[in-house]
Structure formats: C-alpha cells, structure tokens
Write a protein that binds this ligand. Structure first.
Ligand code: NZQ
Ligand code: ZN
Length: 388
C-alpha cells in the first residue's frame, strides 16, 4: 500500500428527474454552450429535446457538434476546438457515452491552443487550460464521467492514445440510469466488460494489498456479474442499470487506486486492437483479459487469483491454490463469453496475426509494460496469439 492523494471533485446528480438542475449548473460557467453528441442515439431516445428545453429555459445560447464517432477521432476534436474559438464558447455539454465525453475533454483543451490538438498525443504538448465540461452520461462503461482521462484515435497513423489531466475532469455529471434503458444488449455487455477490466487492472497489483479497497473492488466485480445479465434481458430494469452506472464511475475515478502501483496491461493491448481494427473497446478487453490472466499466473502471483476466485466467484477455499486460480480464469471466460454473449476469439471478429508484432511494440511503448507481471513486446505478442 503506497501513499496517495484522494481528490475527486466531480459533482454528480444521480438518478431520475435531475435535469431541472442542468440550466443552473451550466449558467455558472457562462452563456454560450457547445453541446457535443454522437451519431444520433440521444435524439432517438428523446434526450436531445429535453436537454434543449432546459438550455432554452435557462436563457443560454446553444451551439452543437454532432457526429462524434465511437472510438472518437482527432478530426472531431479539431472541429469542436474550432467552434469554441469562433463562437467564444463558455462551457461544453457532452451528452452521450465515453466517446463523446472523451472527445469533449480534448475539445475543451484544444479551445485554448493554436497548434493541432493531435500534438496533445503525438508530442505530449502541455494541457494548461481547458473549458469547463458538464456531461449527461448515456452508457455505463468507461467512467469518463468521473475521471480525468480520454482516448483519441487517429486513423491516419493507426494510433489510439489516452491521456489523463486533472484539468479535464468534468465539473458536473448527470447520471440518470433511465438514459441507458436503450443501450443495446451488445453495448451493455461491452460496457460491463470495460468496467470489469478497469477493476481488474487495479486489483491485480503487486503492491501490498489494502483490505478495504480489495473488498470494495470485489463488491464492484460482483455487482457487474450480478446485474449485467439482468440489464441485458430486462433493459428497463432500473436497479440493474443504476448499479452498473454507479459502478462504472467508481471503477475508474481514482478511488480504488489508493496504494496501487502497477501500470495497466490489458488497456494498452486493447487500444492497439481498436486503433488497427476499430473494434468496440469492451469487446477487445473481454477477449484479452482471461488470456492475460492465464499468461500472468505463476507461483508468485497465484495468491491474488485465489482471493479473486473465492471472493468474486465463490470458488471453494479448500481447493489447491492453482486449481482455484484456473477455475477463476474459467469463471471469467464464462462470464464474458456465455453470460455476456461476447465473441471469444480475435479470429471470430476478423483479426489475424498480420499486425501483431507492430501492435505489441506500440502497446509496450517500445520498452515494457510494468504491470502485474512485466510484459515485453514478445509477451504481448504471445497474448495476442492466445486470443486468436
Ligand atoms: O453515437 P451514438 O449515436 O450516441 O451511439 C452510441 C455508440 O454507437 C451508442 N449509445 C450510447 N448511448 C446510448 C447508445 N445507444 C442507445 N442508447 C443509448 N443510451 O453506443 C455506441 C457506443 O458508444 P461509445 O460512447 O463509443 O461507448 P463507450 O462509452 O464504451 O466509449 C468507448 C470509448 O471510450 C474509451 C474507449 O477506448 C472508447 O474510445 N475509453 C475511455 C476511458 C476514459 N475516459 O477513462 C477509459 C476506457 O478504458 C476507454 O478506453
Ligand atoms: Zn476501458
């Protein structure tokens, strides 16, 4: 357990009928609002009309940037930053899933710079100022509603790169589980695979464990396991959607990091899959996570798997340690591939080994991923092959 700082200053309106607070919250930052959103789901579900009504009621000036892609592209960041500069926008309102919120974070920063926003990723250009961001979340998955990060793709270079900066944290997030009733069975499953992975990336850590946080993470993992199949079969089940939504935020808002020291492993590997093949992030994670767990299992790491298997999946504590660990990995596969009905192999989604070597090098940033188990480019390539 290492020393850490706790600082999560995002105001959250959780639950139904909270939108009446939207106008008041936006007005704190000024008059001109740029609303950003994706490919149209917010119009289909009637949320767009409700948001526009609240903005009008508050007497605010509304501008729009529609069409933000899943795996958002730098071109959308460029467009948004341009609008902010031209219209002198005061505050950004992201309405959608993680892609819309992520993209909006870098629009907020891009509004203050004269260079190409891709430099934030390719040259790690400084992010010193950002417009305030308010968001209305419509998909439980990434936790972007309560974290300071975002991931942007550049199809010209086959790059998908993430960056975290405290200044990009949303000021206010509206989390209404009913806004996720229309999320498809597939996206619900992918979102939950993402939440599950965010927790595993921290839970599987080599630092001395922190009992309070371990039990918190196990509770969140059990929540995802319990409620995702319910949300998939009963999309309008409030309890299921609410549990997934709040878990999404707490899985990655920094709270569970207290004392963890490793870098993440599955996410850098997955971002290469999305960068090269534009696949859904959660699907890539579902395919990778059990193979990564298999790869990392050894006499030194086994105890962590034992706790995972017994506390999360209820595997018999009296079995041999290695046996528990292997059963835990099988239970993880069963959750992703049977309960969540996700494809289990890269070959099933049209991915072959053609780009594995280059993807592996990029995933380890030319050196090694110092995660739960340190992974070299060769190791990452082996894990990709285990997923074929
Ligand atoms: O574009 P629209 O029309 O809105 O449709 C979206 C999109 O097609 C749809 N959708 C969203 N809410 C809906 C809905 N459809 C019906 N009803 C609703 N209520 O779902 C599709 C996927 O949306 P997207 O925003 O792409 O999904 P998600 O929230 O999973 O975001 C994925 C992106 O976030 C990044 C991923 O890499 C990926 O680019 N991540 C961001 C992180 C962060 N900020 O910390 C961490 C994550 O690990 C992740 O890397
Ligand atoms: Zn993720």
């Amino acid at each position: 357990m290492e020393s850490f700082i706790y600082d999560i200053p995002v105001k959250v309106y959780f639950g139904e009928n909270q939108l009446s607070h939207l106008g008041k919250e936006l007005s704190k930052f000024g008059k001109k609002v740029l609303m950003t959103y994706g490919g149209g789901s917010i119009k289909k579900i009637g949320l767009y009309d409700k948001v526009v009504e609240e903005i009008k009621k508050a007497g605010l000036e509304l501008y729009e940037l529609p069409g933000i892609e899943p795996n958002p592209r730098v071109e959308s960041v460029r467009k948004g930053a341009q609008i902010c500069k031209e219209k002198q926008i005061d505050v950004l309102l992201a309405v959608g899933g993680g892609s819309t919120i992520d993209c909006t974070k870098f629009i907020a920063a891009g509004a203050f710079v004269d260079f190409d926003p891709w430099d934030f990723f390719s040259k790690w250009a400084p992010i010193e100022k950002a417009l305030p961001i308010v968001d209305i979340l419509t998909l439980s998955a990434t936790g972007s509603e309560m974290d300071s990060g975002g991931v942007i793709s550049n199809p010209d270079t086959n790059d998908k790169i993430g960056r975290m900066e405290p200044i990009l944290l949303p000021k206010v997030s509206f989390l209404d589980p009913t806004n996720t009733y229309t999320v498809s069975e597939y996206q619900t499953a992918c979102g939950s695979a993402d939440i599950f992975s965010h927790i595993c990336e921290v839970y599987f850590d080599t630092s001395k464990n922190f009992f309070m946080l371990d039990t918190f993470m196990e509770g969140m993992l059990r929540t995802v396991i319990k409620y995702t199949p319910i949300a998939m079969s009963e999309p309008k089940n409030y309890e299921a959607r609410a549990n997934l939504m709040w878990t999404s935020s707490w899985a990655i808002n920094g709270f569970i990091n207290g004392g963890a020291r490793n870098v993440w492993s599955c996410h850098p590997m997955e971002h290469e899959l999305s960068a090269f093949y534009d696949i859904t992030h959660g699907l890539g994670l579902a395919i990778l996570t059990p193979r990564w767990l298999e790869f990392c299992l050894n006499d030194k790491t086994v105890d962590r798997y034992v706790r995972f298997g017994t506390e999360v999946f209820g595997i018999d504590k009296n079995l041999d340690k290695m046996d528990i660990a292997k059963r835990a990995i099988e239970a993880t596969k069963d959750f992703f591939f049977n309960k969540l009905k996700l494809k289990s192999r890269l070959s099933e989604i049209g991915i072959d080994d053609k780009n594995f070597a280059i993807m592996a090098k990029k995933a380890v940033s030319g050196s090694a991923l110092k995660g739960f188990v340190t992974l070299t480019a060769d190791d990452v390539e082996k894990i990709y092959r285990m997923c074929l």
